[in-house]
Design a protein around this ligand. Structure first.
Ligand SMILES: Nc1nc2c(ncn2[C@@H]2O[C@H](COP(=O)(O)OP(=O)(O)O)[C@@H](O)[C@H]2O)c(=O)[nH]1
Ligand SMILES: [Mg+2]
Length: 1010
């Protein structure tokens, strides 16, 4: 600080500097000189007053004369008004006419956003909406036929994965729809032909979703309606839902069965009955539907396994018997239900070769060709079972004649041998001989057909030989009830309203003039994924476009009309997967696709019209979907501001996937729950590409847990209400095995009268009759697998007072059961018994605000004193593998805490079937692992089976968990609990003090866990 002009702080203290006006002047000068305009003497003039000023300044400084001279040089000397002056050319002059120019301010738009966005093609499905395809019937005929419920059949085609359901539907479509290259029209179909089915022309008419096409597997239940004829030439309108076979998509099957009157079960002749087949049978019987069977892929017995005809018969018979065994095993079966070819409810098919026949339709061919003097029914009866045909005597016999090789089993003689011959001839003979043979069978092919490769030629020859699948129609028309016949059963099974109301009566009569009741069972997105349409079954009345309807959601009940909305039906169609036939209205019995009503629907809904009076309003039961969504993933948008988009996407996912559930965890995580890896994968695809169109982060999959107790509470636990005037004593104990399932499957219901409840528990579980009668509630919800009962003694407790707070205690219990104390997961299989209640005298002191939290806390504390345990979901796994891979399968299972329950060769096939149980938490990636270990030779299907207690005490503080090391054995429970708590943002350990006030009691509980 030597400079005398500045003080020690660096402030200027020297003499005064030049004045501020001088400063300004010099600044302006500089500016004027540096601007190019100024140098050119401002031909273009100046932009504002200040600049005019600067020009004058410039003149003053002596550069003026030159500038003046230039200005004079300009030829345009006429005066142009300031506002008319054109300084710059217009965009049009530069770029020519017809070019749009956009002026953008710099830096106001993110660089990631294009100024002109490219046109997006939003198309996720194949459709032919432009013009309806040609069909063998007129569309009007189909619509007319829908008006006669007795001529309609509503069918769900179901079965195991890849057993040929879609291919079977293709056969029906191919016989009624114009065949021309279906798939050429669709832009997203091209990859399929490469991946799948290179030479046989099975298209997957009902597989329209982008993912279905790419992966060659059905993921959604897709409907198609068509008209087809029986062997006798009678026309029926078929509404068919082609369901997915993958176990993860059981929800779609259940939703389809809800809409249908009967199930066509498709079983692969080689693989036989598999895990999904069994589940389908059980679900169909639970829903009370008729069951018919199609044994598909019969060609594999001939071509792949090369079984001799007699053995092929045994294999087919075995498959049918397997189905019958499961039917017989189902609890609700009426003993009469059996599938067998001679009864007419079994068809044989080879969908890729385009045929499907029943015994009767085959018999008719014989009769028509050779003019046999019997009725097809009579002949058909003799074509199955231990009936033999003596070729020389030409008679049917019950027993094979001794030593006579002339007598052959009739099925083998009349059906299998000719079939084998056609296969052999087509594959083995040259064109001239083959032509003779085929023409003798009435099959005339074009010359070009003979040039096709063997498979294609076989398909042509066989589909010509068998003709349209009339046998299938016979089966459906005879063995599946029409909506009219089934209306009573369906109404009783599903309708929650008064059975004696006019609405219920109309539903039972399938009355097209009655009040409107439509059950929306599924929703379908439009091809661009922006809207949803609702597919429903019309129980009674007629739906018309333009009509106003009430939409009752699943949450609707007569006392609670929050879940009710009004909507107008904007469109009605008959839905055929790839195209929609618009209709102005449709009557009871059939299915209809509606536009404009889906706004308030999340999963299913009931539509009624205003003619149904307020008192009669009731819903059709929601889908009976058991708690199968046990795998969870947490999702989060990469860009946090995209959250609203993701939320609206998640809402759409909920509509499109019947079992998908989404919820927000306390920590703010968005959780999506699904049944398995494929299911969640499809959800994420749809969410990312179709519905939200944003990038989404996904956390590793985790599973849901349940909390339960393993002992009776060690002490009688009591708890006081916040005001200290009420004291509740509750103890908890585990429920007997099976009760939780009974409650969940509604085999016992909370609204039953006490007497019935008592009887149920007495006869099924040996409870004291009073214990059953004193049950107050199930929870959480009305069918939660926990029980609250009142076991107080009248001479100890004031029962009247206790009854007055019953609802509050129930609420406290429900709350506790929904969010257990271990890690906020629901409780399961726990019984809470109220042993004592010391309640305040005045009503005001025992209000909900006092009792609910008290009840909840006592539930928790009694729970914690009863050796609480964690339960985890266990998957059932079915693995198909060749014999030499079996040991590898064991290895993979062993690494994932799995154990084998069944291991046996599959009769009549080279494969082994291994069934095992694997904890769901260890099941992610199992399939990939299995494939790697067996070089892709093993296939597995897995689904949630049951809940099982995790070994170890979750509250044992002595267990030390080491980070990054897998826990095992008795440590697991604690490991799972702590990790779940951390994820949910809870404190690391369960604090017992939070739930128990009494200090001595706390000590007791602490001791318990040491
Ligand atoms: N050999 C043979 N293969 C078939 C037959 N029907 C279907 N397939 C094949 O089985 C696979 C699965 O068929 P798909 O209809 O998609 O099965 P879905 O899962 O039941 O719908 C496809 O590759 C079909 O080509 C059949 O009758 N014979
Ligand atoms: Mg399919």
């Amino acid at each position: 600080m030597d400079d005398p002009n500045y003080d020690e702080f660096g402030n200027y203290i020297g003499p005064e500097l030049a004045t501020s006006s001088e400063e300004e002047e010099s600044d302006v000068e500089l500016e004027a000189a540096s601007r190019p305009g100024a140098a050119f003497g401002e031909v273009a003039g100046s932009e504002n007053d200040e600049e005019i000023g600067s020009e004058e300044d410039a003149e003053d400084t002596g550069r003026g004369p030159m500038a003046m001279a230039r200005r004079v040089d300009i030829s345009q000397t006429q005066i142009v008004l300031h506002e008319d002056k054109q300084y710059y050319p217009e965009a049009e002059e530069v770029f020519g006419p017809g070019v749009e120019t956009i002026v953008q301010e710099e830096d106001t738009q993110p660089i990631t956003e294009p100024i002109i966005a490219p046109i997006k093609v939003r198309k996720f499905q194949v459709d032919e909406d432009k013009d309806l395809p040609d069909t063998t019937y007129t569309k009007e005929f189909l619509v007319d036929l829908m008006g006669y419920p007795e001529m309609v059949r509503n069918i769900a085609v179901a079965g195991h994965l890849h057993h040929g359901k879609t291919a079977l539907v293709d056969v029906l479509v191919a016989s009624t729809h114009a065949w021309p290259e279906w798939d050429k029209a669709s832009p997203i179909a091209t990859p399929v032909t490469k991946i799948q089915r290179p030479n046989d022309k099975a298209f997957g008419y009902t597989d329209i979703h982008q993912l279905e096409r790419q992966r060659g597997v059905s993921l959604k239940a897709m409907p198609i309606s068509l008209v087809a004829q029986t062997t006798k030439g009678k026309s029926y309108a078929l509404n068919i839902l082609d369901t997915p076979g993958h176990v993860n998509f059981m929800d779609e099957v259940v939703a389809s069965m809800r809409m249908a009157d009967g199930v066509v079960l498709v079983v692969d002749a080689v693989e036989g009955v598999m895990a999904s087949t069994e589940r389908v049978i059980r679900a169909a019987i639970r829903e009370g539907l008729s069951l018919t069977l199609v044994v598909n892929k019969v060609d594999r017995l001939i071509i792949e396994l090369k079984l001799p005809p007699t053995d092929a018969y045994y294999k087919l018979k075995l498959t049918i018997e397997e189905v019958n065994n499961i039917i017989a095993d189902c609890p609700l079966t009426n003993a009469a239900l059996r599938v067998s070819p001679e009864l007419g409810n079994v068809c044989f098919a080879s969908a890729t070769f385009g045929w499907c026949f029943s015994l009767e339709s085959f018999a008719r061919r014989y009769i028509d060709t050779w003019g046999m003097p019997v009725s097809p029914k009579e002949l058909a009866k003799r074509l199955w079972g231990d009936i033999y045909y003596h070729t020389e005597r030409r008679t049917f016999m019950r027993k094979r004649a001794k030593g006579g090789s002339e007598a052959k089993r009739s099925f083998v003689h009349f059906i299998l041998e000719p079939l084998y011959k056609i296969f052999a001839q087509v594959v083995g003979e040259d064109e001239p001989q083959l032509r003779v043979v085929l023409e003798s069978l009435g099959v005339e092919l074009r010359k070009s057909d003979y040039a096709l490769d063997a498979r294609a030629l076989l398909r042509k020859a066989l589909s010509h030989f068998f003709g349209p699948p009339t046998g299938f129609l016979d089966m459906c028309s005879e063995h599946i009830k029409s909506p009219l016949e089934n209306a009573v059963a369906k109404t009783e099974h599903l309708y929650t309203g008064q059975t004696d109301s006019a609405t219920a009566a109309a539903m039972r009569n399938c009355d097209a003039n009655g009040p409107l009741v439509v059950n929306i069972g599924k929703q379908y997105p439009s091809a661009d994924g922006t809207q949803f349409y609702a597919l429903g079954r019309i129980f009674s009345g007629s739906i018309k476009t333009g009509e106003k309807v009430r939409v009752l959601g699943e949450g609707y009940s007569p006392g609670d009309d929050e879940d009710m909305a009004l909507a107008t039906v904007t469109n009605a169609w008959i839905y055929c997967s790839r195209y929609k036939i618009p209709v102005s209205g449709l009557g009871a019995g059939g299915w209809v696709l509606l536009g404009g009503v889906d706004g308030s629907i999340s999963k299913t809904a009931t539509l009624t019209d205003t003619r149904v009076s307020e008192e009669e309003l009731a819903i059709v039961r929601p889908l009976p979907l058991p708690s199968e969504s046990v795998i969870k993933i947490a999702v989060e948008p990469v860009v946090p501001t995209d959250l609203p988009k993701m939320l609206s996407g998640l809402r759409k996912i909920g509509k499109s996937y019947p079992l998908a559930q989404t919820k927000v965890e306390e920590s703010g995580e968005h959780i999506v729950m699904g049944t398995g890896e494929l299911y969640l994968d499809c959800i994420m695809h749809d969410l990312r590409c179709m519905y939200a169109e944003i990038e989404i982060k996904v956390a590793d999959p985790i599973v849901a847990f349940r909390e339960t107790v393993s002992e009776t509470s060690a002490v009688k636990v009591f708890g006081d209400s916040p005001n200290g005037k009420n004291r509740l004593t509750i103890i908890s104990s585990p429920l007997e095995q099976g009760i939780a399932e009974d409650i969940e499957f509604n085999r016992v219901q909370s609204n039953w009268p006490a007497r019935q409840m008592g009887q149920f528990f007495e006869s099924n579980y040996g409870w004291d009759i009073l214990a059953g009668r004193s049950i107050w509630a199930f929870g959480p919800g009305n069918d939660g697998p926990n029980i609250l009962s009142d076991d107080t003694l009248p001479d100890e407790t004031d029962k009247v007072r206790l009854r007055s707070v019953r609802d509050s205690i129930k609420q406290g219990f429900q709350w506790a059961a929904r969010e257990g104390p271990l890690c906020d997961e629901p409780m399961r299989g726990t019984r809470f018994r109220i042993l004592g209640a010391d309640l305040a005298e005045t009503v005001i002191h025992r209000g909900g605000g006092q009792i609910i939290p008290a009840a909840r806390r006592v539930c928790y504390s009694s729970f914690l004193t009863a050796e609480p345990r964690l339960m985890e979901p266990i998957n059932f796994v079915e693995i198909q593998a060749p014999a030499d891979c079996v040991s590898a399968v064991y290895t993979v299972l062993g690494r994932r805490r799995g154990h084998v329950t069944h291991d046996a060769p599959k009769a009549g096939s080279p494969m082994y079937t291994i069934r095992a149980l694997v904890p769901t938490i260890d099941s992610s990636g199992f399939e990939t692992d299995l494939r790697t270990f067996t070089h892709g030779q093993a296939f597995c299907q897995q689904y949630f089976d049951h809940w099982q207690i995790v070994p170890g005490d979750p509250l044992d503080k002595e267990i030390v968990l080491r980070p990054l090391e897998p826990s095992s054995g008795q440590q697991l429970a604690r490991d799972f609990m702590i990790k779940t708590r951390r994820r949910k943002g809870l404190s690391d350990d369960v604090s017992i003090d939070k739930y128990i006030d009494d200090i001595t009691l706390r000590e007791v509980v602490r001791d318990l866990h040491h």
